[in-house]
Design a protein around this ligand. Structure first.
Ligand code: AMP
Length: 113
């Protein structure tokens, strides 16, 4: 069964898309945790970081390149931003299709909660 994010990629579920290229899609998080909170997802289903392989890991580089472009596009590249990927239950992963959270627009604390 298609993941929630595959359904967004296929336009079966609506989302506020902010960036797209042949490898990745980015859209606004439905429950934003910062003034800029986007999810950057690969256009293939990889459930968790634990499912990365040498064959599919190129998508992760594409996700970071997209983050860089989005930061520039939104004017936060110099000010600062955070990208984070949760893996499995204790880290808080709820959608099993890897995604980078892109967060910016406020001071982000460390360590995260
Ligand atoms: P994670 O908990 O790391 O798996 O992140 C999943 C993220 O997906 C959460 O921040 C949710 O707010 C977000 N989310 C869930 N459903 C949607 C949706 N339909 N559109 C946009 N973001 C969503």
């Amino acid at each position: 069964m298609a993941t929630l994010f595959t359904k967004i990629i296929n336009r079966e579920i609506p989302a506020k898309i902010i960036y797209e290229n042949p490898k990745v899609l980015a859209f606004e998080d439905i429950h934003p945790q910062a003034p800029h909170h986007y999810l950057i997802v690969p256009k293939i289903e990889i459930a968790t970081i634990n499912d990365l392989t040498p064959e599919n890991a190129g998508y992760v580089a594409e996700m970071y390149l997209a983050a860089k472009e989005i930061a520039k596009m939104k004017g936060v590249d110099e000010r600062g931003y955070r990208v984070v990927m949760n893996c499995n239950a204790e880290a808080g992963q709820t959608v099993f299709h890897i995604h980078l959270h892109f967060l910016a627009g406020r001071e982000l604390h460390w360590p995260p909660g």
